[in-house]
Design a protein. Sequence first.
Length: 198
Amino acid sequence: MKPRVLGISGSLRNGSHTRVLVEIALEWAERCGASTELIDLREYPLPIFEAHRQYHADATVQTVIGKIKAADCYIVGTPEYHGCMSGALKNLFDFVYTEISGKLFGVVAATGGSQGVSSLDNLRACLLYCHAWVLPYNVAASQRDFNEQGQLVNEQVLDRLARLGRDVAVYGPLLVNQFRSDLQLPADAPQSFAGWVQ
């Protein structure tokens, strides 16, 4: 069975460079045997998460949660906003803590001119607190890496995206399958954190 890789674009901007980065990495995941899908948060406007509310009747929330839950691993992209991930992306993760636990993420960032380090660190910290795995390397691109038509033209960035897409498709299933096995451990076996976070 093919691993299911879900791309998530956390930018709400028209002509998003973030989406371009995610799409390219997804193409490489598909070349490496994965089935892929993209969630663009522009197309799935989520309400602001409130912990005391129930969202069972919200069709958009339930659709997004269903797609997140069905995926084995993820490629997620964010623009860098004041050193952090986008508010839309952080809001998404508030809805899907248990659905992403034990699964692998590859992370990418689009920036105005910096290296995106702060936003990637912010994103990585959020995912780790959700008990997800994150590849130890990432990809960032600035405006100068794109041409006037919004196409990514920096060969080094393109190479990094290809490697990231490949590694998500290859390592993601290994981690999530072990995590799912750990959820079935008998009570007298040495226990994984998987049973604690689910």
